[in-house]
Design a protein around this ligand. Structure first.
Ligand code: ZN
Length: 462
């Protein structure tokens, strides 16, 4: 059995299939007839199932919510969890986002690395094993998810109708093997304001910033009413704190704008939170007393510019996964109420109750309530777990990199079942181009991950 040579022989087909699947734009859209995620995703899905069929694999379509391709015999199933949907392309691409063009030995296009290239790699890995004729004791099954980037409705539907594989990996993050993913909690802190501001001091009419809890907001705007001039005070504050704020004084109100730096909510240290920056400035003003000024003071004291939750009762940390990450993603405040959208990634050995109890303790008597939107439990397999050991052995053999398994804050399909972890496709030190303009996959990397996945599947299914 020489899987490596077989994959080398298929190099041109692997490249061609990757280009073709990138050309099938698959951004989620409103449902249409029997296509729950819109026509584009559906077309990409049928294109992929047809390709699997041409290779001679048994395919199954679960009511257009997802499906799989498999081969082999045996009771147990080794799964690969991939997704065919992509995030919208955005602007400023050097090459067409759905062109699948090759430049400098890289295939460019939305989905190249996330997750269409890896899906094709998994498919050719399975083909190489099948063509080699090697005997396996388990089935291999590639499961195609159709809305990984938003909601996971498709995979959840699939798993209601099909048994989960006994063991699986998902090529949708980083190498080496990822033995832990932090727990994710998304919630709003809410309060209706009863104690309205009286007329003395600066009155806050509204504060608005951010769109999504899992992003660091790069913009926030506050509308105020005040008698005194704020310009001088703001200029001094900017000088002292080196922040980007500006002011527009109008007849009936003053508008303050705060500019930060956007980043993913799992990496707030890479950004600058425009909402927090705004609140800290407002807290230095002589605000008129009431629920709003109380909220601003509380935010300044308990959150401020922190992103590990230290002052709000959840500054947890553990050995396998490090600090809890606390990101304020959205603020909508009016004179009537406030809604603060928060995204937390908590360490793998903690529970959601630990986090929520810690926060509630700090919010006693503030009138702020927690409304939970999403909770995804952490996953954690010890480094000596059989799955981790097998994946690591293959990874090390192909890369010579003997670094240890890692944990991440992101959330992959691995969370949807037991005994599943993320494994690749990004190698350590490579820039993460997923969701960015000019997303691409290097051709050498594409071939290399196909080999790694082939041997990983073989080790797990033999
Ligand atoms: Zn992905």
């Amino acid at each position: 059995m020489n899987l490596e040579q077989r994959i080398e022989d298929m190099r041109d087909e692997i490249i061609k299939s990757t280009q073709e699947i990138i050309r099938k734009k698959s951004v989620k859209d409103s449902p249409k007839n029997v296509m729950p995620f819109g026509e584009d995703i559906h077309n990409c899905f049928t294109h992929t199932l047809n390709l699997c069929g041409e290779f001679g694999f048994k395919t199954k379509n679960i009511d257009n919510y997802g499906g799989h391709a498999e081969f082999g015999h045996g009771e147990e199933v080794v799964g690969v969890l991939v997704h065919l949907d992509v995030v919208p392309e955005g602007d400023n691409w050097t090459y067409p986002p759905y062109g699948g063009e090759i430049h400098d030995d890289k295939i460019y296009g939305r989905g190249a690395i996330d997750d269409k290239g890896p899906a094709i790699a998994a498919l050719y890995a399975m083909k190489a094993i099948r063509d080699s004729g090697v005997k396996l004791s388990k089935k291999i099954r590639i499961i195609f998810g159709l809305d990984e980037e938003s909601g996971w409705e498709g995979l959840n539907y699939y798993l209601k109708h099909e048994k989960a594989p006994n063991v699986a990996f998902t090529p949708d993050a980083d190498f080496p093997a990822i033995h832990g993913e932090k727990g994710i909690l998304i919630f709003d802190l809410v309060k209706d304001f009863k104690n309205k501001s009286n007329d003395e001091g600066v009155r806050v009419l509204s504060i608005t910033g951010g769109n999504r809890p899992n992003m660091v907001p790069d913009y926030c705007e506050a509308h105020l009413v005040c008698d005194t001039q704020l310009k001088k005070k703001l200029d001094e504050y900017i000088k002292k704190n080196n922040v980007k704020l500006n002011i527009t004084e109008m007849k009936d109100r003053v508008i303050i704008k705060s500019y930060g730096v956007s980043a993913h909510g799992s990496l707030p240290e890479n950004g600058e939170n425009a909402v927090s920056q705004m609140i800290l400035f407002l807290n230095t003003l002589n605000l008129s007393k009431g629920d709003i000024s109380d909220f601003i003071r509380l935010y300044s004291n308990k959150i401020g510019m922190q992103y590990y939750g230290q002052s709000i009762g959840c500054g947890f940390r553990d050995m396998p996964s490090g600090n809890l990450i606390f990101n304020v993603g959205v603020l909508n405040l009016t004179e009537d109420n406030v809604k603060l959208g928060i995204n937390i990634r908590y360490p793998v050995t903690f529970k959601d109750e630990d986090v929520l109890d810690g926060i509630k303790n700090e919010l006693v008597d503030t009138g702020l309530n927690i409304v939970i939107k999403v909770h995804k439990k952490p996953i954690y397999l010890p480094k000596n777990h059989e799955l981790i050991q097998k994946l690591m052995e293959v990874y090390r053999r192909f890369t010579g990199d003997d670094s240890e398994p890692i944990t991440i804050g992101g959330g992959t399909y691995a969370r949807s079942m037991d005994n599943a972890v993320a494994f690749g496709p990004l190698f350590p030190g490579q820039p993460d181009v997923a969701h960015q303009k000019d997303e691409h996959i290097g051709i050498e990397d594409l071939v290399k991950i196909t080999k790694i996945y082939a041997y990983a599947l073989y080790e797990l299914a033999k």
